[in-house]
Design a protein around this ligand. Structure first.
Ligand SMILES: Cc1ncc(COP(=O)(O)O)c(C=O)c1O
Length: 399
């Protein structure tokens, strides 16, 4: 076989062995049905799905699928280049207008993922005379996006606004950007947006919020963390994904001031050098925004399901932090235990992920459950009973 004796490849094979030995090798489960509240996985039928970002249950929704099918018929399958070269679809323009309207910003620009949006942003708008301030628990795409830009970089301790205030006070850069996740996804914890906004206004800094996990989940009408915390339409720049609550496929965006969005069209590398969002994705996302607007009860159901699930787990004795977000962590302590419990739960008909160090602090390994509006009470009860059984088996809770 070509290259099989190459030293680098042998080195990589050794690294894989080390991962397996350490128990940190990530294996994937085979899904044999559409993404939904209940799935078929690894030969098991009817497994309650508690580890996808399908918060509103739109990933297999008939209207979303029909919108994508219609778009394929009407607009074709792919764009075959980037928008400034091959043309912008009417659907791109409609979706960008829709996203800007949703977040009450002047404009919005699409990317093929929120990863790309975050990677695009900082490099395109900041240079060496500027500075960017980032919460230490921000998503990897923000961290990498910041690495690519030439601005002075500050990292502040998680949610520590005094530390951020000190940094803003002493920094003398020309322009400043502060960036935070809207919701930190290991905890389901919201950023302190009103206080962050105040601090940014005081120090003439632009506030960027990545609300990937807030959009469609938080706020009375699903407009996200900003709506939940009473600052909707006030945050300067919002980045987000179409790959979670809004249909769960791919796609991301930056919404913000017209000049910033236009600069991204001129300069941002993922936009200029990587294919445009396919028309079917844009059409399905437009349908997802329609559904969110027409059926706000989905957001309410998600909140009710989450409250029910969280409370039931606490009643059974689990250590579940307070919160309202559909991410419901169950703290179990050691990484190996979280992983063992998640394996046993799959056998018992519940698909949930275990996370440990270094993704979360040592001793805070957890089962991270993600509730969906699509879950029925019966499905949630089935999951709660199975989690309680496995928890009792391992002495995490009493029987
Ligand atoms: C906060 C945050 N930003 C960005 C992303 C990446 O989104 P996408 O899948 O659209 O690249 C994620 C997804 O995990 C996320 O949680």
């Amino acid at each position: 076989m070509a290259g099989s004796s190459n030293a680098l490849i042998e080195h990589l094979a050794g690294e894989l062995d080390a991962l397996r030995e350490a128990g940190t090798y990530k294996s994937e489960h085979e899904l044999e049905s559409p993404q939904d509240a209940v799935v078929d996985v690894d030969g098991r039928d009817d497994v309650v799905m508690l580890t996808s970002n399908n918060y509103l249950g739109l990933a297999d929704h008939p209207r979303i699928k029909a919108a994508a099918r219609r778009a394929i018929e009407e607009w074709g399958y792919g764009m075959a280049s980037v928008r400034f070269i091959c043309g912008t679809d009417t659907l791109h323009l409609k979706l960008e207008e829709r996203i800007a309207g949703f977040f009450e910003t002047e404009a919005a620009i699409l990317f093929t993922s929120c990863w790309n949006a975050n990677e695009a942003l900082f490099f395109a708008v900041l240079d060496e005379e500027d500075a960017v301030f980032s919460d230490e628990l921000n998503h990897a795409s923000i961290i990498d996006g910041i690495r690519l830009c030439k601005a002075n970089r500050y990292r502040f301790a998680h949610a520590d606004l005094d530390a951020l205030a000190d940094q803003l006070e002493t920094d003398e850069s020309r322009h400043r950007m502060v960036v935070t996740d809207g919701v930190f996804s290991m905890e389901g914890e919201m950023a302190r947006l009103p206080a962050l906004l105040e601090l940014c206004r005081k120090h003439d800094a632009v506030l960027v919020v990545d609300d990937s996990h807030g959009t469609g989940v938080l706020g009375e009408t699903g407009k996200g963390t900003m709506e939940e915390l009473g600052v909707h339409g006030k945050v300067d720049v919002v980045t987000g994904t179409l790959g979670k609550a809004l249909g769960g496929a791919v796609g991301g965006f930056v919404a913000g001031p017209g000049a910033l969005v236009d600069i991204l069209r001129q300069r941002s590398r993922p936009y200029l050098f990587s294919n445009a969002v396919p028309p079917m994705v844009a059409a399905a996302a437009l349908e997802a925004f329609d559904l969110l607007e027409e059926e706000p009860e989905r957001v309410r159901r998600l909140r009710e399901n989450t409250a029910y699930f969280r409370e039931a787990l606490r009643e059974r004795g689990f250590d579940v932090p307070e919160g309202i977000h559909a991410v419901v962590p169950i703290l179990v302590g050691e990484t190996a235990l979280a992983i063992r419990m998640s394996k046993e739960l799959l056998d018992d008909g519940v698909y949930v992920s275990g996370f440990g160090f270094p993704v979360v602090p040592k001793g805070e390994a957890r089962l991270r459950c993600q509730v969906s509006a699509a879950h029925s009470k019966e499905e949630l009860d089935r999951a709660i009973d199975a989690i309680a059984d496995v928890g009792a088996r391992h002495g995490v809770v009493d029987r």
